[in-house]
Design a protein around this ligand. Structure first.
Ligand code: 0X9
Ligand code: ZN
Length: 794
């Protein structure tokens, strides 16, 4: 047992104990339907502990922790002071009030919610399956209904049973376009209800199945998905636990096996075989996060494991849970990132937008270990690290008003969001069959005129899993050219080494004279001779940057001490923050703060606010007031096109601000400052919250570049709550010959020549849209107009 799980166990945190015996229905000899346990007057509260003592006080009052993070701190053996949710009996609630531990009530009466859970709330309930939660038997027969509806698309599957004596089938379905042979396309696997009480996680996968079967033949979006994937949907991974929540105990979490100590149940989502038994799981059978007697000791996790092993075409897997509205990426066992972490970041952003779109519901996102809590032995770590597929857990609605007892009226909206997220991820994978990202300086916005640009890039598997069994990793090349016409030239990538996000490669890019463009794309050839490109369309829609004379005026990765300083010397604008000021550090991850900086390979440092112990959100928070990070004064006199670019980390609860200012008279007694960028707090879709994002600002559009320029990065907290900001990889660059290719230079190679006429005519005969230079479609008139431009020249 790790120090962490020891700490958790000793402190009785983390969903430690199963519901007590008194809450079980009376063992009644008379044959009658069991009466489910009642929770009259029980409340669910969100506790904000001030101290370890507060955590202990609360955990002594309850056995039912709803957010599983109570007292579990990634900075083991410290006890986390992050807020957590618990259910309390009326007596325990009175005791909590007397204790003085700060809390807010989320649910006034759990039993009332249970009584109302299945009541129609907005008008009469229709006849449909999705207007109410459904029993195991109903879900099972609805699978048959869908199969009967489209036997050419849907097939019923049983992937195992629960342990004796119940031997309950774990069923699901395969959905694919008619005629698509199993295994002939990449597979998306969706499974729900590892945790019995999370009922919405049963309905959401069924909703996806329903939509795919009913509309997959007609809806173009679904047609696209079915043209690219086969879907496997398992709505009830933990059938015995699920049935128990209907008959006996609504708030049951685990499966229903009898443990050695006669307690009941293993947490299926702690039983998977990647760092099994590690942080955030318990060796105590009675715990709600009991990992089981061995990795994959349980038939439920075995069934899904064996299914995925038998389906090595699995590229994407979604494990649905509730509640909290979080898209959870691996890893859950440790701070380390999973293979291809940068692909997750991009995919999660696509999911967040898609899940926000229907009802403006915000889903946050990030690595499980950092954004919620350690949870070793969870399924997505195994999917990602062992199978080499992309594996997610999604915590569905809500954020605590109803918790696990989400009213039936929310089944359709919550399922609509879940489906939007899963389908967005699948679509993203189609569009990013090979995924690239650009660490350090970010995606090239320019190349040095005349050549000599070096690019750092990370490349991730996409539709072609590199997992187990291993598909031999591909040979990757970069194809580049000067201009928009003519052949691309292949060249190799040099592996620079690995950083926490995976392998980093370098390559050079050629460039023509100022005003020309350079285009490039990456191509991977796998051992089976298949080829994927990034961007997806390869040569027909490559990356592009324009050639400029670029002079770097200031560049800092903050790896070593620099001329940057903290505290604002501007008269009357002194910093007011009392804690959490900017520091140059290797950041310690929390829900609010990055664990890793932005400098690839050996890089580890950046500037951040409120460096705390890892995982500790309470100590050293930017409590109130503002803190300022000042660049050195730099000389950009004579520059006409001046850009500043940087990675910024932002996490804000409401009422806070983070902005970047620029001054052109930094050495004056009272410098004047112009706002260059405002990072809005609580952005609606939360894609930028809790992530590094690269920004570029054209400073010369804001003021005339001078010999005494300076930047300041200001993070301010005026409303309490959490504010974490970060800055890394700052570049200030002056461009001396920036211009767009002119119309006569059709092929954008920087010179007007007869080659432009040939290239134009070639493209015109090929009907390329870009030969439509006067709008309104490609016609003969375009040729005349182009020739006119050409004779005028540049
Ligand atoms: O603790 C869990 O298993 C999940 N939260 S829940 O409230 N639904 O119990 C989070 C699971 C994170 N995912 C993995 N560890 N794979
Ligand atoms: Zn769960």
């Amino acid at each position: 047992m790790s120090r962490l799980s020891l700490a958790a166990a000793v402190l009785a945190g983390a969903c430690l104990f199963a519901p007590p015996v008194w809450a079980e229905p009376p063992a009644n000899a008379v044959q009658q339907a069991p009466q489910p346990a009642r929770f009259d007057g029980n409340k669910v509260v969100r506790v904000t502990p001030r101290s370890t003592r507060d955590v202990r006080t609360v955990l002594a009052l309850t056995d039912d922790i709803w957010t599983c993070n109570a007292g579990v701190d990634p900075a083991s053996p410290v006890v986390s002071l992050a807020p957590f949710d618990v259910r309390l009996t009326p007596d325990a609630f009175d005791a909590l009030r007397e204790s003085g531990v700060p809390f807010t009530v989320l649910i006034e009466d759990v039993q009332k919610l249970i009584d109302n859970e299945r009541a129609p709330r907005f008008g009469p309930r229709g006849p449909g399956f999705f207007t109410d939660y459904q029993t195991y038997a109903n879900v099972s027969s609805y699978v048959d209904t869908l199969v009967a509806l489209r036997p050419d698309m849907a097939t019923r599957l049983t992937i195992g049973t629960t342990a004796a004596p119940s031997n309950t089938p774990i069923f699901g379905m395969r959905i694919a376009a008619p005629g698509v042979a199993p295994g002939s396309k990449p597979a998306v696997v969706v499974y729900g209800c590892e945790h019995a009480r999370e009922w919405i996680a049963v309905m959401a996968p069924m909703y996806m199945a329903d939509q795919l079967v009913r509309n997959g033949g007609t809806d173009p979006n679904l047609q696209r998905l079915l043209a690219n994937f086969e879907f496997y949907i398992f709505p009830i991974s933990n059938p015995d636990g699920y049935q128990y929540t209907w008959t006996n105990y609504r708030l049951w979490r685990k499966n229903r096996v009898t443990n050695v100590d006669l307690s009941v149940g293993v947490d299926i989502n702690r039983n998977w075989g990647w760092h099994w038994g590690g942080p955030g799981s318990s060796p105590i059978p009675n715990s709600d996060i009991y990992a089981g007697s061995a990795a994959f000791s349980e038939k439920e996790s075995q069934a899904l494991r064996d299914f995925m092993i038998a389906h090595p075409n699995t590229v994407l897997a979604f494990d649905l849970h509730s509640y909290s509205q979080i898209i959870l990426e691996p890893n859950a066992w440790d701070w380390s990132l999973p293979p291809d972490a940068h692909a997750y970041t991009q995919m999660t952003a696509a999911m967040q937008s898609a899940m926000y779109a229907p009802f403006s519901t915000v889903y946050t996102g990030g690595e499980t270990y950092r954004v919620i809590y350690p949870a070793a032995g969870g399924s997505h770590d195994w999917v990602s690290n062992v199978r080499g597929a992309l594996g997610y857990s999604i915590e569905l609605r809500d954020t605590g008003s109803y918790g696990f007892i989400l009213p039936a009226s929310q089944i359709v909206p919550a399922s609509t969001e879940a489906m939007a997220g899963v389908f967005a991820a699948a679509n993203w994978l189609i569009d990013n069959a090979l995924t690239v990202s650009f660490p350090g300086a970010g995606q090239p916005q320019y190349v040095y005129a005349g050549g000599g640009t070096t690019v750092q890039v990370q490349v991730a598997r996409g539709m072609k899993s590199w997992g187990v069994p291993p598909i031999t990793p591909p040979t990757i090349q970069v194809y580049s050219r000067i201009g928009r016409n003519g052949p691309f030239t292949a060249s190799g990538l040099t592996a620079l080494g690995s950083d926490e996000g995976g392998q980093v490669y370098a390559h050079s890019l050629p460039a023509g004279p100022c005003g020309s463009v350079t285009q490039w794309y990456y191509q991977a050839t796998f051992a089976d001779s298949s080829v994927v490109t990034a961007p997806l369309a390869g040569p027909s829609a490559p990356f592009e940057a324009s050639a400029k004379n670029a002079v770097t005026i200031l560049s800092d990765d903050f790896e070593t001490a620099t001329a940057w300083s903290t505290g604002d010397p501007t008269p009357g604008q002194a910093d007011t923050a009392t804690s959490g000021q900017w520091t140059r550090a290797d950041p310690n991850g929390t829900l609010y703060q990055a664990e890793f900086d932005c400098t690839p390979l050996t890089g580890s440092n950046c500037y951040i606010t409120a460096q705390n112990a890892r995982g500790d959100v309470s100590g050293g928070n930017l409590a109130s007031g503002k803190t300022t990070l000042m660049s050195p004064v730099f000389n950009a006199a004579g520059a006409t096109k001046l850009d500043a670019s940087f990675w910024l980390w932002n996490y804000a609860s409401a009422g806070m601000s983070f902005y970047v200012d620029v001054s052109g008279n930094a050495l004056a007694g009272t410098p004047t400052w112009t706002r260059a960028l405002t990072i809005s707090s609580a952005s609606p879709i939360n894609e930028i919250e809790g992530r590094w994002n690269r920004y570029t600002v054209r400073l010369s559009d804001l003021l005339a570049p001078s010999s005494q320029m300076r930047l300041r990065f200001v993070a301010a907290n005026t409303a309490g709550g959490y504010r974490e900001a970060g800055v890394d990889e700052v570049r200030i660059v002056s461009f001396q010959c920036e211009r767009s290719p002119c119309a006569a230079d059709y092929n954008a190679d920087g010179v007007v020549s007869t080659q432009d006429i040939f290239d134009y005519l070639n493209d015109w005969f090929a009907g390329l849209p870009r030969t439509d230079i006067n709008g309104g479609g490609v016609s003969v008139q375009d040729i005349f107009d182009f020739l006119n431009n050409w004779f005028v020249g540049c």
